[in-house]
Design a protein around this ligand. Structure first.
Ligand SMILES: [Zn+2]
Length: 134
């Protein structure tokens, strides 16, 4: 998944800032407490380096669940789910049982990872919103 899709999911679907971090060194730095820091030039959030990733990776359980919550909130969940399950039938995970276990589909949708490390759920969300024209 390329950066533009990750940015789209972050800004347009999740409604969050696609941070643009800048390292700041105070000009009149003369004391022990005048430390430098990194801040987002857009939303002014400070980067702790511990509790914030540089950007969302769409490679985590948290990213998947946040996308699902956003879709439910936007009324797009059912249509996304049906589209995603259609993709399941064209994936290598599908073993030919058309009426196969719903659990297999859920497993595939929520737990699969793409070769580039991005979660399958996130890739499908990017494709869904692109076709949705949002
Ligand atoms: Zn920001």
């Amino acid at each position: 998944m390329n950066e533009s899709v990750k940015r789209f999911l972050t800004e347009k679907v999740l409604g969050e800032c696609w941070h643009e971090w800048k390292h700041i060194i105070p000009e009149d730095r003369d004391g022990y407490y005048d430390y430098d820091y990194t801040i987002c030039t857009k939303c002014k959030e400070k980067w702790s380096g511990i509790n914030h990733a540089v950007q969302r990776t769409f490679a985590t359980d948290a990213d998947v669940m946040d996308l699902m919550r956003a879709m439910v909130k936007q009324g797009k969940w059912v249509r996304f789910y049906l589209t995603a399950i259609d993709s399941y039938y064209h994936s290598s995970a599908y073993k030919g049982n058309r009426w196969g276990m719903t659990a297999d589909k859920i497993d595939w949708l929520f737990l699969s990872t793409e070769p580039d490390g991005v979660r399958t759920f996130a890739r499908l969300a990017g494709e869904f919103y692109k076709e949705d024209g949002k």
